[in-house]
Design a protein around this ligand. Sequence first.
Ligand SMILES: Nc1ncnc2c1ncn2[C@@H]1O[C@H](COP(=O)(O)OP(=O)(O)O)[C@@H](O)[C@H]1O
Ligand SMILES: [Mg+2]
Length: 318
Amino acid sequence: MTESVIDIEEVRKRYRGGVEALRGVSLKVPKGQIFGLLGPNGAGKSTLVKILLSIVRATECRGEMLGKPVGDKATLARVGYLPEHARFPEYLKGEEVIRYVAGLSGVPRADAIKRSGELLEVVGMKDWANRRMGSYSKGMKQRIGLAQALVNDPEIVFLDEPTDGVDPKGRLEMRAVLKMMKEQGRTVFINSHLLGELEMICDSVAIMDQGKIVRQGTIADLTEKTRHYEIRVQEALGNMLLEKLKPHGVECQGELLTMYQQDAGRVQPVIDILRADGVTITSMSEARQSLEELFMETVGSHGPGAAMPPKIKQKENV
Ligand SMILES: Nc1ncnc2c1ncn2[C@@H]1O[C@H](COP(=O)(O)OP(=O)(O)O)[C@@H](O)[C@H]1O
Ligand SMILES: [Mg+2]
C-alpha cells in the first residue's frame, strides 16, 4: 500500500459567525505525489490547508500529517507553504524575501545564503535576484513564492492557488518547477479552482464542494467510468442503417457515432454493420470526459467564481 503523508478523518470547521467551511472531510494524500485539491471558490480548500498548518484551529480534527497528529508544532518545520494571494514586501529584493522567510523558519544563516542561491536557480530567477519584488511580474513573484516555500527543505509543499493570475507562459514554467519538486521526493499539495492546470500535472485529485470531498482518486480512475467510443464516418448515415445500429447503443450526430460503453469488443459488430453497408470509417477513438466536465457534473454550476476554461476532451486512438 502507498504510504500517506496526510491521513485525516472527519475534519470539521465552523467559523465564528456560523459558516460551516468543512463538514466532515476525510482525505489521504499519498507520499511523493502531486496532489490536487479541486473545488469552486468557497469550497473550503484554504481552510483545510490552514488547519493542517495550524493557522486555523479545527472545530473537530482526527488524523495525522507526516506520522504526527495534526497540530504538532515540530512537524511544521517539515512543510513548506505558499499562501493564497501571497504578498511579500515590494521593497525587498527576490533574494532577500527568501532569506527573510528562511530566518522566520529558523534556517541557520549560512544555510539560508547557500539555499537561497540554489532556489533562485531552481525557479529560474537567478538573474533577477537583486531586483525588487515591486519590479516583478505576477509570474515572477509567484516563482519567488515557490522558492520561499522550499527554503526549509520541506517534505510536503502546500501551494494555495499558485497559478492564479499567472499568464500561460508563467504557468508552464511553474509546472516544470512543481515536477521538479516531485522528482526531489517531495509531496506537492496544490489547491486550485483551475482544472485545466491540474489535469496536466496531478497524480491524484480530490474534488471538494461545500465543505465535503465529493470524489477522490487518480485522474485516470475518476474519468474511467466515462470512457466511450467515437466512430467518424465519411457521410451521415441513412435511416435504415441507423435502425440497424440502434440495438447496439449507438447515438448518431451527423458523421459522428458515439457508444457509451467501455468494452471495445462491443464496438466491433457496429464496425461490421457499417462496413457491410459500404460505409467509409474515417476514424475510431476512445474518449473520456475531461476532469473539467467531471467536475462540472459533480459540483454543478452553483460554485461562485468557478472559472472554467473551454471544454477539451482527452482522446486516445485505439
Ligand atoms: N476567517 C473566516 N471567517 C469566517 N468565514 C470564513 C473565514 N475564512 C473562510 N471563511 C468561509 O469559509 C468558507 C470556505 O472558505 P475557503 O476555505 O477560503 O474556501 P476556498 O479556499 O475553497 O475558496 C467560505 O464560505 C468562506 O467565506
Ligand atoms: Mg482558497
